[in-house]
Design a protein around this ligand. Structure first.
Ligand code: ADP
Ligand code: MG
Length: 728
């Protein structure tokens, strides 16, 4: 056992020495030193590269600033910095590797230390074991010498060898552990070698990169140099060019200068003349106020002379204007005289409900489609034709009627007196034509409206005042319709100033300024009339209603004054009242009406036939209207008729009255002829028969010699009308 143990010990010692040689710490250390030296060399190389780089950069920065290849340069620089960065990274990696190598070396040293420790431990153990071995041998020797005790000693040895066995086991396990450690260390070493290899590879790569960069740098440097050279050449070229250009320009400037010099030489005399002119102007400016005053004086004189001339021309013109005005008036009068200042219109009202039904209400009036002055009446089976100045059929509107009348109304503004009468039997439409309805006013209201608008149009040159009076004549008594005392009978008197004019003391005159004023006046008049009589309709048909409008004008420029009167008369009903049927007041009324209407006929006749005496005084109506019927006054007789069959005889009377009144008024020559074939006395008789006291014996239609047949009449009137048209 001791032998085997010795052998084992030997083996272990050998193993230990082998292990030690295997570990070869010195080799690793050598390798590491080699690596460190290599590392150091690389570092130095890098440093050299860096300094070279810096040098190159400096060179690069120094020469050109505005080089067009700066961009390329910048790019290269950027690449360079990138490379530097990469180099830096590599360096960091190297440092890292260094650190790692260091760590590993440390660990290696540690492992070695531990190995040494274990070796020392083993040596100790060995020694202990050898000592024990020696002890054991000694013991064995002593035991050999003491045989009886051997068994015991052997036992002891056996026991002790068991202990040695255990120690051996422990040592073996320890050995195994150490071997494992050595294996691990080997592994680590291998790894480190691998790492070293990779770092060598990287280093080679880096080196190749550095080489590449160097080549690139060199190339960039070459390029830069080339560019610099090119730029230098360019610069020289540009300088040369600029120099030559400057020379040319200089030459031109020299030439210009010469031109300017010559110009200056020529300008001097011009300057002299300018200075002279300037001095002249200065003198003129000094003299200007005087001159101005002089001119102003003469201009003023001229202007005042011109004004004087204009003034005299104006005066002359005004004189001429006045003369023209008078001439116009004269002409107008002449025209009126020629045309006749009495015009007779007929108006046929439509058939109304009041006319009833059946044959009595049948239409008896027809019209001529081609002549608006002719109408036909069917009376007792015969058709009678009448010719007036104009005939309005039933469908004629108030507006149309007024259209024909408005010239008369406006002539009132020019200072003419105008009378418009509505004549006809009761219910024939007199009041409708004169007053109309609220929705459809008649001549009265329209005339006043027209007067207002005309006056407004002339307001620039004329001042006008319009006054209105309203009166009625009932049973030959004149009463004021606007006065406070309506029952009071008014008198017509001669003006005390000896002008021969008539006036009605106490007749109320309202000044009207607007349409509203007129409406108020009309309303007032109506109210008065309505409160005074029990049956207004009946009363109004028995009396004449007058609306007297006076227009007074003053021409501000000429001082001319005009006064025109417009008399709008709604006459009493013209129907005949049977002598037998009427009594008392009814008879008296009829007599008064007949008297005044026949007086109106007489007056008109006398006026037309230009008789020396005109019987104005025969009735209140003609007396009151004396100055509006005589002279160059104008009169319109609107004869109203009903178309109903039952009214045909009254219609016939009215139309005959109309035609006769109209036929009196003809041109001077024609009149003579008329009068020759129709003696005035006879005509008067006819009129009197119609208008006078014997209504029963009134003229029957188309009767023999007294009246020409309607056909004859109409053709004669037409020829006269033609004559009038050609003459004027
Ligand atoms: P007068 O005054 O002659 O007695 P009115 O004017 O009172 O007659 O008329 C009698 C009736 O006939 C009234 O109802 C009136 O409205 C109507 N009348 C008269 N003429 C016309 C006309 N042209 N259009 C419509 N109605 C009319
Ligand atoms: Mg009436």
């Amino acid at each position: 056992q001791v032998e085997t143990l010795k052998e084992k010990l030997l083996e272990q010692a050998q193993e230990i020495s082998r292990l030690r040689s295997e570990l070869g710490g010195t080799d690793v250390e050598k390798h590491r030193d080699l690596l460190a030296a290599e590392n150091e060399r690389l570092r130095q190389e890098m440093k050299a590269c860096e300094t070279e780089l810096r040098e190159l950069q400096r060179q690069q920065q120094a020469p050109c600033r505005d080089c067009p290849h700066l961009q390329e340069n910048a790019r290269l620089q950027e690449q360079l910095s990138q490379l530097q960065r990469e180099a830096e990274e590599t360096r960091a990696k190297l440092v890292e590797l260094d650190l790692e190598v260091q760590q590993k070396t440390n660990r290696l040293a540690e492992v070695e230390l531990r190995l040494k420790d274990s070796l020392a431990e083993r040596a100790e153990e060995e020694e202990r074991l050898s000592r024990r071995l020696r002890d054991s041998q000694e013991t064995i020797a002593s035991l050999k010498s003491q045989p009886p005790q051997i068994k015991y000693i052997i036992k002891t040895v056996e026991v002790e060898s068991a202990k040695a066995k255990q120690a051996l086991c422990e040592t073996q396990s320890r050995n195994q552990y150490l071997q494992e450690q050595v294996g691990m260390q080997k592994q680590v070493l291998k790894e480190m070698e691998q790492q070293l290899q990779s770092s060598q590879k990287t280093e080679a790569q880096l080196r190749a990169q550095i080489m590449m960069y160097e080549a690139e740098l060199e190339r960039a440097h070459g390029q830069m140099l080339e560019e610099m050279q090119a730029m230098e050449e360019e610069k020289n070229h540009a300088i040369e060019e600029a120099f030559s250009r400057a020379q040319v320009e200089m030459k031109a400037v020299h030439e210009n200068l010469a031109g300017v010099r010559t110009n200056l030489l020529t300008l001097q005399p011009a300057l002299r003349t300018l200075t002279h002119d300037y001095n002249c102007l200065k003198r003129q400016v000094r003299d200007f106020p005087l001159l101005l005053q002089e001119t102003l004086r003469s201009a003023r004189a001229e202007i005042s002379q011109a004004i004087e001339e204009v003034h005299s021309t104006n005066r002359e013109l005004l004189r001429k204007y006045r003369r023209e005005l008078q001439l116009r008036k004269k002409c107008h009068n002449e025209l009126v005289r020629l045309k006749g200042n009495i015009r007779v219109f007929g108006r046929v009202r439509p058939i109304t409900k009041e006319d009833g039904e059946g044959p009595e209400a049948a239409n008896a009036v027809t019209f001529d489609a081609d002549d608006d002055a002719v109408l036909y009446l069917l009376h007792k089976g015969k058709q009678v034709s009448f010719e007036l100045d104009k005939v309005f059929p039933p469908q004629a509107s108030q507006e149309e009627v007024f259209q024909e009348v408005q010239a008369l109304v406006t002539s009132c503004i020019d200072g003419y007196n105008v009378c418009i009468f509505a004549y006809g039997q009761t219910g024939a439409g007199k009041t409708y034509t004169m007053e109309g309805t609220a929705a459809n006013p008649g001549i009265n209201q329209r005339a006043l409206q027209l007067l207002f608008s005309e006056v407004r149009g002339k307001a620039a040159d004329w001042d006008y005042t319009i006054t209105v009076s309203a009166a009625e004549i009932y049973n030959e008594a004149l009463r004021d319709l606007l006065g406070k005392e309506p029952q009071e009978k008014l008198e017509i008197k001669l003006c005390p100033d000896g002008s021969g004019q008539l006036y009605v003391p106490g007749l109320t005159e309202f000044r009207v300024q607007s349409v509203e004023d007129i409406n108020k006046v009309f309303e007032f008049g109506h109210l008065k009339r309505a409160t005074e009589c029990t049956n207004l309709n009946e009363h109004s048909s028995r009396s004449h209603a007058l609306l007297i409008v006076t227009v007074r004008g003053l021409d501000r420029s000429t001082g001319l004054r005009t006064t025109g009167k417009l008399n709008l008369v709604d006459l009493a009903g013209s129907e005949r009242v049977g002598r037998s049927g009427a009594e008392g007041s009814r008879l008296r009324e009829a007599q008064h009406i007949n008297k005044s209407l026949s007086a109106l006929g007489d007056v008109i006749y006398a006026l037309r036939s230009r008789q020396g005496h005109v019987p104005f005084r025969n009735s209140k109506l003609t007396y009151l209207l004396q100055d509006s019927l005589s002279g160059d006054s104008k009169t319109l007789m609107m004869v109203q008729v009903s178309p109903a069959e039952k009214n045909s005889s009254e219609t016939l009377c009215s139309l005959k009255f109309a035609e006769r009144v109209r036929s009196v008024e003809l041109g001077p020559v024609s009149r003579k002829a008329e009068l020759g074939s129709w003696p005035s006395q006879e005509h008067l008789e006819v009129l009197k028969t119609r208008l006078g006291d014997s209504p029963g014996s009134s003229a029957s239609p188309g009767r023999g010699h007294a009246s020409p047949s309607p056909g004859q009449l109409s053709s004669r009137s037409a020829s006269i009308r033609r004559k009038l048209q050609t003459s004027g």
